[in-house]
Design a binder for this molecule. Structure first.
Ligand code: FAD
Ligand code: NDP
Length: 590
C-alpha cells in the first residue's frame, strides 16, 4: 500500500493485516448475517464494531472515501474490497468468496503482467508503486522476415513513435518547399536519405527501450524477456530466446499481449510482403510501394512514404477509414490523391506475388470489384489489412478465459475476464479502442482498483484520436453517420467551415482544403457530441477540445470561448454555418 496518513492508514492497516476484515455495528442485522456466514464456514475474521469505538463515525466516513460504500457491514478479503451483506452472500453463493479466501497461498508474485507494451508497463509500474510484488513478461516473436525489437510493445517500436517521426520527416519535406516562398534559398533536387532517417529513429527507440528497463528496475518490477503462457489460473511457464523455461505463480494476472498484423490468405504473402512491423526498421529504402488496406496504418504509412518522395499506391477494398466520419475520410483520400498518391479501388490482391528481378521486385495481381484484373510491379508490398490479437497460444483456453470469435478477450467494464484473478487490457479487449493512451489508462486504473481499493473505471467514451495522414484528421465522439443513427437527423445540428491556415497562404498551398465541423445534439442544449478537424496539427487541436467535450460543452460554450488568433483551432470558436443551411463555407481572410 502507498503511504497514507491518519485514519486512512488505520483502516488500511486493518485491511492489510487480516485475511477477512469486517467493519460492523453490533446493532446491525446485516452485519450479524455476515458474521454468522463466516462463522459457519469456520473462517477466522477480524471484526471492528464501529458503534463501540469513539472514532467509529470517522472510520465509517473514511471507508466511504476509500470504497465508495458508507453502509456496514463493509467486508475486505485478502486486502481487496468485497462489499456489503448482499455482495458477500452473493459471492458465497457463486463460489467467488471461497476462491478469494483460497488466494492466501504463497505465490511468487502478487501480480504477473503478460506483455510489456503500453498497457502492461503502465499496470505493472502502478501496481509496484502500490507496494505489490510484480513481474512483467515481454517477448517479441520475430516477423516472417525476422524483424524483432525491444521492450515497450507496439507503440514504441513499430507503432505511434516511429510512425509519428516518419510523418514528421514528410512534413519537413513539405516545409522545405514552403520555405522558398518565405525567402529561404532551398536548392532544387533535395534528396531524402532513408538510412539516415531510419537510423536516427531506431537510435531514439533504443533509448526508450533502455528507459523502460530502467524504470522497471527502479520500481522493483521483475522484467523477464520470455514468452509466457498459462499452465493454470495461478501459474505460467515462460520460455526465453535461448529456450530456457521457468515456471512462476501469482495471485493476479493482467494479460496485455496486444496484436500483430494480419497477412492475407494468398500465396506468397508472407514471403514477398511485409507489414508495419518490418517497415520502420527496414534496412533499405522501400522504393515504389504498394500498401494494401485503407485504415489508419495503411493511410498513415502511405502518407509519409509519399512525403519522403516515394511512388506510393494504396489498394482499397471498399471505403477509407471504416468506422470514422466518411466525409472526413474522403477529404483525407482526396488530398492524398491530389498530391500524387495513387489509389486503386475498389480492389483486392488476388494472386501470388511473383519475384521478377532481385529480392525487392514484386509483381502484384489484383481484382477490381467489377472483375477487371489489376497488375503492377513494386519494390515493396506492405499489408495493412488489420491486426489480430495474439491470444490463441498463451493457454487462455486451458484456464477457461472467454474469447470472442476473433480472439479478442471478453471482459467487463472493470477489465475482469470470466476467470476471477485474470484481467485483460489494451488492444486485445473486445469492443474497445486500440490506442496507446487507452491501454495506459486502463492499466493504471486497473492496478489502483486491484491494490488501492479504487472504484474508478476507465472511461472509454469520447476518447480523442488523430490519424496522422498528410492532411491530419482529429476526431472526438460521434461521426455524423453515427450521430444521425443514434439521435435522428432532425435532432442534430452540424456546424462546419472550410479554412485556409495562415501558414498555407504565402506558401501558396491549396485554399479551403482544411475543414472543421462539430455535431450538436439539439434537445440537449446543442451539446457537442462529435468533433472533427482535417488540417495541420489536428492532434494538437483535438486534444484540448476533448476536455471540453468530457465536461459536456455545448455549442454556446464553444461560441463563448474566445479564440487564439491566428490559429486553425480558433475555427471552432467562430463557426456559424449549419450544414442544413447549405450556405457557403469557404473562407478568404481572417
Ligand atoms: P502492445 O503495445 O502491442 O504490447 C504487447 C506486448 O506483449 C508486445 O511487446 C508483445 O510482443 C508482448 N507479448 C505478446 N504475447 C506475449 C507473451 N505470450 N508473453 C510475453 N510477451 C508477449 N495508437 C495511438 O494511440 N496513437 C498512434 O499514433 C498509434 N499509431 C500506431 C501505428 C501503428 C503502425 C500501429 C500498428 C499501432 C498504432 N497505435 C497507435 C496503436 C497502439 O500502438 C496500440 O494501441 C498499443 O500499443 C496497444 O498497447 P497494448 O499494451 O495493448 O499492446
Ligand atoms: P483496421 O482493422 O482498422 O483496418 C483494416 C483495413 O484493411 C480496412 O481498410 C479493411 O478494409 C482492409 N482489409 C481487411 N482485409 C482485407 C483484405 N483481405 N484485402 C484487402 N483489404 C483488406 O486496421 P489497422 O491495422 O489500420 O489499424 C488497427 C488499429 O490500430 C486501429 O483500429 C487503431 O486503433 C490503431 N492505430 C491507431 C493509429 C493512430 O492512433 N493514429 C494509427 C494506426 C493504428 P474494409 O474496410 O473493406 O474492411
Amino acid at each position: 500500500m502507498p503511504p497514507v496518513g491518519g485514519l486512512k492508514a488505520e483502516v488500511m492497516d486493518h485491511v492489510e493485516k487480516n485475511q477477512v476484515m469486517i467493519f460492523s455495528k453490533t446493532t446491525c442485522p446485516f452485519c450479524t448475517k455476515v458474521k454468522e456466514l463466516f462463522n459457519s464456514m469456520g473462517q477466522e475474521c477480524k471484526v471492528l464494531e464501529l458503534d463501540k469505538i469513539a472514532n467509529g463515525p470517522d472510520i465509517q466516513n473514511t471507508l466511504l472515501e476509500v470504497t465508495g460504500q458508507k453502509t456496514v457491514p463493509n467486508v475486505f478479503i485478502n486486502g481487496k474490497h468485497l462489499g456489503g451483506c448482499d455482495d458477500t452472500l452473493k459471492a458465497h453463493k457463486n463460489g467467488s468468496l471461497q476462491a478469494m479466501l483460497q488466494d492466501a497461498t504463497n505465490y511468487d508474485y502478487d501480480l504477473i503482467v503478460i506483455g510489456g507494451g503500453s498497457g502492461g508497463l503502465a499496470a505493472s509500474k502502478e501496481a509496484a508503486s502500490l507496494g505489490k510484488s510484480v513481474a512483467v513478461f515481454d517477448f517479441v516473436k520475430p516477423t516472417p522476415i525476422g524483424t524483432t525489437w525491444g521492450l515497450g510493445g507496439t507503440c514504441v517500436n513499430v507503432g505511434c513513435i516511429p510512425k509519428k517521426l516518419m510523418h514528421q520527416a514528410a512534413i519537413l519535406g513539405h516545409s522545405l518547399a514552403d520555405a522558398r516562398h518565405f525567402g529561404w534559398i532551398v536548392p532544387e533536387n533535395i534528396q531524402h536519405n532513408w538510412e539516415t532517417m531510419r537510423n536516427a529513429i531506431q537510435d531514439y527507440i533504443g533509448s526508450l527501450n533502455w528507459g523502460y528497463r530502467v524504470q522497471l528496475r527502479d520500481k522493483k518490477v521483475d522484467y523477464q524477456n520470455a514468452f509466457a503462457e498459462f499452465v493454470d489460473k495461478h501459474t505460467i511457464k515462460a520460455v526465453n530466446k535461448k529456450g530456457k523455461e521457468v515456471t512462476k505463480t501469482a495471485r493476479d494476472f493482467i494479460v496485455a499481449v496486444g496484436e500483430r498484423p494480419r497477412y492475407p490468405d494468398i500465396p506468397g504473402a508472407q514471403e514477398y510482403g511485409i507489414t508495419s512491423d518490418d517497415l520502420f526498421s527496414l534496412s533499405y529504402c522501400p522504393g515504389k510501394t504498394l500498401l494494401v488496406g485503407a485504415s489508419y496504418v495503411s493511410l498513415e504509412c502511405g502518407g509519409f512514404l509519399h512525403g519522403i518522395g516515394l511512388d506510393v499506391t494504396i489498394m482499397v477494398r471498399s471505403i477509407l477509414l471504416r468506422g470514422f466520419d466518411q466525409q472526413m475520410a474522403d477529404k483525407i483520400g482526396d488530398y492524398m490523391e491530389a498530391n500524387g498518391i495513387n489509389f486503386v479501388r475498389p480492389c483486392v490482391p488476388t494472386k501470388r506475388y511473383l519475384l521478377t528481378t532481385g529480392s525487392q521486385n514484386t509483381k502484384v495481381y489484383g481484382k477490381y470489384s467489377d472483375g477487371t484484373e489489376y497488375s503492377d510491379t513494386f519494390n515493396t508490398v506492405i499489408f495493412a489489412i488489420g491486426r489480430d490479437p495474439v491470444t490463441s497460444n498463451i493457454g487462455l483456453d486451458k484456464v477457461g478465459v472467454n474469447l470472442n470469435k476473433n480472439g479478442k478477450v471478453i471482459a467487463n467494464e472493470a477489465e475482469a475476464t470470466n476467470v476471477s484473478n485474470i484481467y485483460a487490457i489494451g488492444d486485445i479487449l473486445e469492443g474497445k479502442l486500440e490506442l496507446t493512451p487507452v491501454a495506459i489508462q486502463a492499466g493504471k486504473l486497473l492496478a489502483r482498483r486491484l491494490y488501492n481499493n479504487s472504484k474508478v473505471l476507465t472511461d472509454y467514451v469520447n476518447v480523442a484520436t488523430t490519424v496522422f495522414t498528410p492532411l491530419e484528421y482529429g476526431a472526438i465522439g460521434y461521426s455524423e453517420e453515427a450521430a444521425i443513427e443514434k439521435f435522428g437527423e432532425d435532432n442534430i445540428e452540424v456546424y462546419h467551415t472550410n479554412f485556409w491556415p495562415l501558414e498555407w497562404t504565402v506558401a501558396k498551398r491549396a485554399e479551403n482544403i482544411c475543414y472543421a465541423k462539430i455535431i450538436c445534439h439539439i434537445p440537449d442544449k446543442e451539446r457537442v457530441v462529435g468533433f472533427h478537424v482535417c488540417g495541420p496539427d489536428a492532434g494538437e487541436i483535438t486534444q484540448g477540445y476533448a476536455l471540453g467535450m468530457r465536461l459536456g460543452a455545448t455549442k454556446k460554450d464553444f461560441d463563448d470561448t474566445i479564440g487564439i488568433h491566428p490559429t486553425c483551432s480558433e475555427q471552432f470558436t467562430t463557426m456559424n454555418v449549419t450544414k442544413r443551411s447549405g450556405k457557403t463555407i469557404n473562407q478568404s481572410g481572417c
